[in-house]
Write a protein that binds this ligand. Structure first.
Ligand SMILES: Cc1ncc(COP(=O)(O)O)c(C=O)c1O
Length: 486
């Protein structure tokens, strides 16, 4: 390493590593030599090496794993281009998605199919055994005591644990600011119905989670689909132009790692968006179900931590990280506390007490943090494997997302491709995935699909992805044949 240049040595080291990643010497997922070994090799101090590694970690090029070392990020150096940014739609769409969602959910829960369609980690990854024991203990020891209508806000001990965790994401919440819900789904329903009335318009990411579209349909709300970048999320300037002409009752966004794109809006852009919405007095509803599943040094901060909750309703749950079956989510409704409580009482009165008690015990034991460290590592590896398998087996011209969290990939196939036809064919081959058009109110993204990497990687999954790639390649060849005949 050159001692005479004006560039710091840690920067020179970082440049060297980037070059080695670019030329393929260091492949994604590979562990870097230890800080000590590199220091000895280049005659530089351990703190200089660490500074270089940290610089690359902050840029998302390396990932630090506790007690293990630094790795080339799984999302680096992919050979496929990123999906395109979605186009602006200047008018809101009425949503009619319920039939397609019901059909997809039925297939996605069919364990006989290769599970590329489910947006939930499998039981082996969730490892809820300790939580289940806590539930059994609470039922055995105090079952009768908890067999009551609980507090409408939810169990105080659980709300305390949730409020304690909010401190780590940079936001001070008190237990009284939190209402326990039946998953994030109920939280989002409470939020939307509190801020909007039938016929109103909600601005959403595009593509967006089909469950949200389904909720909009059931509440008779329209969706205004915003142009969304696959890595940076919604375009704030496009939203600014729309807000000048379109009446929007609320904006509904993912806090981090949107479903299906996996995009993460940079913090400066989040602040810009919050300022814009505040100027127009449009509340923001955020969904943070994937925030804990990050592959970065720090958990990304949600919007609520950036505006202090002044104009934000925060929704989340434990469904993606620990216990989808316990159906425990929560909402921090901020200025809409009264509206949300009125609706909570009307829609479900209160949430079941025993699962809340068990989850509070589990969180207080500290087990969640250790569990999340493991889960993040496994899901990141899964995503890497899924990316590599797509690269090896999908048609030329395929594009794929590179999320730094979550466990799904958004795959864009060349224009004219029909992921609905592929879906039907894949089912016949025992494979399930989510076709692109369910992620849009205007049924766009027909040439796209979402593949989930939430199941422990296995030969069955590997073969399923390869088979899907083969089916896609065949459709491509057949298309060309049809065009040639025409
Ligand atoms: C973005 C997003 N929000 C909410 C949910 C549903 O969460 P819950 O099971 O906690 O209701 C999902 C499930 O796929 C999701 O992807």
């Amino acid at each position: 390493m050159d001692a005479d240049t004006t560039t710091h040595r840690y920067e020179q080291l970082a440049d060297l590593i980037v070059r080695m990643i670019d030329n393929g010497t260091l492949a994604p997922g590979v562990r870097l030599p230890s800080v000590r070994a590199i220091g000895a090799q280049y005659g530089i101090s351990i703190s200089t090496v660490l500074q270089g590694y940290r610089l690359l970690e902050d840029r998302g090029i390396l990932v630090a794993r506790p007690q293990s070392g630094f790795y080339v990020a799984a999302t680096q150096g992919g050979t496929l281009a990123l999906p395109s940014t979605s186009r602006l739609r200047s008018k809101a769409s009425t949503v009619s998605i319920s039939g397609a969602v019901a059909a997809l959910l039925e297939h996605a829960s069919n364990s006989a199919l290769v599970p590329l369609g489910c947006a939930v980690p499998d039981a082996a990854l969730l490892r809820s055994h300790r939580l289940d024991l806590a539930l059994a203990r609470a039922a055995r020891q105090h079952g009768a005591h908890y067999n009551v209508y609980g507090a409408p806000r939810g169990e105080l001990r659980l709300r305390r644990e949730i409020a304690r965790r909010a401190m780590r994401i940079g936001h001070a919440l008190s237990p009284d600011d939190v209402v326990i819900t039946s998953g994030c789904t109920e939280a989002v329903t409470l939020a939307l119905s509190s801020v909007a009335k039938p016929g109103d318009t909600i601005a959403v990411e595009s593509p967006t989670y089909f469950g949200l579209l389904h909720t909009l349909e059931m509440l008779d709300l329209k969706a205004l689909e915003l142009p969304t970048d696959p890595t940076r999320g919604v375009h704030v300037d496009a939203l600014a132009r729309l807000l000048d002409t379109e009446p929007v009752a609320a904006c509904m966004l993912s806090s981090s790692f949107s479903n299906p794109l996996g995009s993460l809006m940079p913090e400066a852009q989040k602040r810009e968006l919050l300022a814009l919405l505040a100027r127009h007095a449009v509340p923001l509803i955020e969904d943070d179900v994937y925030g804990d599943i990050h592959f970065m040094r720090e958990r990304p901060r949600p919007f609520i931590a950036l505006d202090g909750g002044a104009n934000t309703i925060y929704c989340s749950s434990f469904s993606k990280s620990l216990a989808p079956g316990y159906r425990i989510g929560w909402i921090a409704p901020g200025a809409f506390a009264q509206q949300v409580m009125d609706r909570k009482l009307a829609f479900s009165l209160c949430s079941p007490v025993l699962p809340q008690v068990a989850l509070a015990d589990y969180l207080a034991s500290g087990a969640y943090d250790a569990h999340m460290r493991r889960l993040r590592r496994l899901l990141e590896e899964n995503l890497l494997r899924l990316t590599r398998t797509i690269e090896a087996s999908f048609p030329a011209g395929t594009r794929v997302s590179r999320p730094a969290g979550g466990f799904a990939l958004w795959v864009e196939l060349p224009k004219g491709f029909d992921s609905r036809a592929l879906f039907d064919e894949a089912l016949e081959h025992g494979i399930c995935f989510a076709p692109g058009d369910v992620f849009s109110a205007s049924r766009r993204f027909r040439n796209c699909l979402r593949l989930s990497a939430g199941s422990t990687w296995s030969e069955r999954i590997d073969k399923g992805v390869r088979r899907l790639g083969e089916l896609a390649r065949t459709q491509r060849t057949e298309d060309r044949g049809t065009l040639a005949v025409k």
